[in-house]
Design a protein around this ligand. Structure first.
Ligand code: SAH
Length: 672
């Protein structure tokens, strides 16, 4: 890739474009990706990256690189738009536009140049431009209205037809001036009331825009075919597969639906690891749960995995654990997964997996049964109650101490965040000493307590650890999200380590948590904010022994709320953003894909997916109205995950309420 042109191109972007203040990342990226040498006449190639316009055929010019970047930036494209360019010339500006927009129509008045532009675009592999030989001052009503219109030649006035073909909110950038070779660059933005906002952007020099709504044609200059006959579309091809989607499609295992996917190769890759982390791109998508279910079954049955640890609270998951491992416990007085977001674990998909695990474990010796555990820490009060309940049974004296110590937190049960605030502002004494002392007390009495039942001690100890971490969580929350996020993922990691230690050196774990937890944070924008996650911590702590599997989707429906503690709704998922990884996977046209990106993966593919793009993350809240700001972050996909599972269209999970569980044993965690 380090040919002389690519070196010159990078320098051009740095010095002429970035150096002069163009900052839009999409524009810089597009300028970086278009090979300008392909758009100048053969003999001009050595000059292709110079800081000036160059002559092309028919006495016209290819614009200076900076002016192209400047005008494209002024169009404020976000990606995926419909764009019209008047004055295709060499096709260079159209190629830059096509690097950002979804589809570009480029009109050229001179027939010879229109042919050249189409040929240049083809050579450059640009497939989303239609070149049209016509008088562009009349626009191109066939494809109107446009999100943006760029005029690459100077006009005495702004052609009315172009204004008419602009969408509301659309931008028209055009050089305007009464002198044929000196103009002012104007941006018009169409308002909803039909009027236009006008801004003067710069002084510029363009060749004249000649046509019915531009400069009159000079005597004898001849308009040619475009004037005489009907406009001619030289090149109008449907969008073909771009390079990256084709590479993805070639390297992936394809499937029609989740239940029919061939998982063999994936299980071999992942099965070598000690910790397999299964992500999800939302907390409310059926297909993600079902795929994780199928993979986990096979890891347990074929590869000896015995821990399933999920992004759920410890005490709630412990009730499922009792069920799947056939532990005889007295009927519970509380219902698991009763707090927001209930659908995240109390759903038909999780029930299927849990029932399978229950059956699978039935005939195994107790010590070989796979367990189900929670890594999360939103159960401060429930966990405190579980510790007290545990001690009540075997050490009433210590139970009393626990009651007193945890009593410090009880005024805040309905709103633990208010505790954090009160403790920080000194309005209430912090309970840190009490909760930490309780944890120490438990471990001081470990021998005596664990002698009754090691599993029950572990359960109580992890609940006490949760209380201690959660107490801190609510206090640090006020210092910003980074500190509390890190504390939470550190807690998940500590809990996982405790579990692995407890179950011994042969123990192997499957983690179910959101992509944003299980992907390696070092390769996402999180790390620039100082955030880490369990994906990063396991890669550092269990180097070479982990396998991270990310998930993604283009569109469909998802179960999510609009606000924290809000009602669950079934929301439509917007098609993926043009700048996202998801869009690249969507462009493969495949309904489902399993793509290896590290072990044994194609080098070009891995490299292409290591370039940063947007990645969508929907949590328990989904705000499609502000999707780009609320749900996309930047990542390097092939660094973040080892494998990526793509499901183009997905559906919301099926939530369950307690009554939907007839005939289940009393200890069944979902019912009361
Ligand atoms: N965007 C081009 C710059 C070309 S210079 C590039 O990147 O290379 C301007 C072009 O506008 C010339 O090729 C000229 O022939 C063309 N032009 C002038 N009047 C036109 C009209 N009415 N319709 C379409 N093209 C026109």
């Amino acid at each position: 890739m380090s040919d002389v042109f690519s070196v010159q191109r990078e320098r051009m972007v740095q010095e002429q474009i970035y150096g002069r203040g163009v900052r839009d990342g999409r524009v810089l990226e597009a300028m970086r990706s278009v090979k300008r040498e392909l758009f100048v006449p053969e003999e001009m190639r050595p000059h292709a990256y110079e800081d000036r316009p160059l002559p092309i055929a028919a006495g016209q010019t290819i614009s200076q690189p900076y002016i192209v970047a400047f005008m494209v930036e002024a169009l404020e494209l976000e990606g995926g738009e419909k764009v019209l360019e008047i004055g295709a010339g060499s096709g260079y500006a159209a190629a830059v536009l096509a690097g950002i927009a979804g589809e570009v129509w480029a009109i050229e008045r001179i027939g010879e140049l229109a042919e050249i532009a189409a040929g240049n675009l083809k050579k450059a592999g640009v497939e989303n431009v239609h070149v049209i030989h016509a008088d562009g001052t009349k626009g191109w009503p066939e494809a109107a209205p446009y999100d943006a219109i760029l005029v690459s030649a100077g006009s005495p006035e702004i052609p009315q037809s172009l204004k008419d073909q602009l969408k509301v909110g659309g931008r028209l950038v055009v050089p305007v001036g009464k002198h044929p070779i000196a103009q002012e660059l104007i941006r018009l933005t169409r308002r909803a009331d039909g009027g236009f906002d006008r801004e003067d952007l710069a002084d510029v020099r363009f060749v004249p825009l000649i046509g019915r709504e531009g400069w009159p044609e000079r005597e004898g200059a001849g308009f040619g075919e475009a004037e005489a006959g009907k406009p001619r579309v030289i090149e109008s091809r449907p969008r073909l597969r771009a390079e990256l989607p084709a590479l993805i499609a070639q390297n992936a295992v394809h499937f029609e639906n989740v239940e029919e996917a061939d998982l063999d190769a994936l299980i071999e890759r992942a099965g070598e690891a000690r910790i397999v982390l299964l992500g999800e791109a939302s907390h409310g998508t059926s297909e993600f749960y079902r795929m994780r279910d199928l993979i986990t079954r096979r890891l347990i049955a074929e590869k000896g995995f015995d821990i399933v640890a999920v992004e759920a609270d410890w005490p709630d998951a412990a009730r499922i654990d009792d069920y799947v491992r056939h532990v005889d416990v007295p009927p519970s007085t509380w219902q698991a997964f009763a707090r927001f977001p209930t659908w995240m674990w109390r759903n038909a998909e999780v029930k299927d997996f849990v029932d399978w695990l229950h059956e699978h474990n039935r005939h195994l010796p107790e010590k070989d049964r796979a367990g189900f555990y929670g890594l999360d820490m939103y159960s401060l009060y429930n966990s405190a109650s579980r510790v007290i309940e545990y001690l009540d049974g075997i050490d009433p004296e210590l139970a009393q101490i626990a009651r007193e110590r945890y009593g410090c937190l009880s005024p805040w049960e309905s709103d633990p965040a208010a505790y954090g605030h009160a403790a920080l502002t000194g309005k209430y004494r912090a309970c840190e000493d009490d909760v930490v002392a309780m944890l120490v007390d438990l471990f001081r009495n470990q021998q005596k307590l664990a002698a009754h039942d090691g599993e029950k001690f572990l359960d109580a100890a992890l609940n006490a650890k949760l209380v201690a971490d959660a107490e801190k969580y609510y206090r640090v929350m006020y210092y910003g999200s980074r500190a509390s996020w890190n504390l939470r993922d550190q807690h998940m990691y500590d809990t996982l380590k405790t579990l692995l230690d407890f179950r011994g050196p042969d123990a192997k774990a499957v983690i179910w948590a959101h992509n944003s937890h299980i992907g390696d944070a070092r390769h996402t924008e999180m790390s620039a904010r100082g955030e880490l996650n369990i994906g990063q911590l396991v890669r550092e702590g269990f180097e070479g022994q982990t396998h991270h599997i990310g998930f993604g989707t283009d569109r469909g429906t998802v179960a999510a709320a609009s606000t924290w503690e809000g009602q669950m709704e079934i929301k439509a998922v917007r098609p993926s953003h043009p700048q996202s990884f998801e869009r690249q996977f969507h462009l493969t046209g495949a309904p489902g894909l399993i793509l290896p990106m590290t072990k044994g993966a194609d080098g070009d593919l891995a490299a292409a997916l290591a370039n940063p793009r947007l990645e969508r993350a929907i949590g328990v809240i989904y705000r499609p109205e502000t999707e780009l700001a609320s749900h996309y972050f930047e990542a390097r996909l092939s660094r973040q995950f080892d494998d990526y599972i793509w499901i183009d269209e997905t559906r919301a999970v099926k939530p369950l309420d307690a009554k939907q569980m007839p005939g289940l044993p009393d200890l069944y965690p979902f019912g009361v």
